[in-house]
Design a protein around this ligand. Sequence first.
Ligand SMILES: [Ca+2]
Ligand SMILES: [Ca+2]
Ligand SMILES: [Ca+2]
Length: 185
Amino acid sequence: MMTEFQRKKNIHYFNVLDVDKNGFIERADFEEIGGRFATSMGFKPEDAGYDQVRAGLISLWDRLEPYADTNRDDRVSLDEFLQFQDDAIYQATPEQFDDYIGENNRGLVAMAGLRPDEPFSPAQWRWFFHGFRMDESQADDVFARLDLNHDGKLTAEEVLAATREFYFSDDPDAPGNWMFGKLTN
Ligand SMILES: [Ca+2]
Ligand SMILES: [Ca+2]
Ligand SMILES: [Ca+2]
C-alpha cells in the first residue's frame, strides 16, 4: 500500500505522462513525448535518430499497457495506473523494483544517446524536461538537487537514488521528490 504522500507523487507522475492532459495515459502520449525528446536532441522528423528515440518511448508504453490497462480500452486511467504502480513498485521486492526501474532508467539513458555508464549533463537533463513537457525552467534546479556529489554530472546511480526516493520517501524534503519537477497536486 502507498502512503498518502507516495500516492500524491504517483498522481503527479501520471499527470506528467499524460502529456496531452486528457486524463488518460495512451500510446499517443508516448508518441508525443518521444517526438519532443527527439526534437530537443536536435533530430528532425526525417532523421533515423528521430524514429529511434520515438520508438524507445513507445516501447515504454508497450511494456506498461498489457499490465496496466486492465479493462482493455487502450488507455490507462488514473485508477489503473495507481493499481499498476502499487503492484510493480510497492508490492515488489527491492530486487524486482531495481530491475523494473533500472530497465526504465537504462532505456532513458540509451534514448539520450548516452553509453550505459555515461552521466547526464545539465543540457541533456533539460531534454528530459522538454520531452515530458515539464516546466523547463526547473530543470537546472532539479539537476542540482539530484547531483548528490555536486560534480555537475548526473550518473545512473544518482538517477536511481532519486527514483527510489521519489517512490518510497515520505520525507517532503527528499531531493528525489523533484525527479519529475515540483509536485503540484
Ligand atoms: Ca493522454
Ligand atoms: Ca483502461
Ligand atoms: Ca554527480
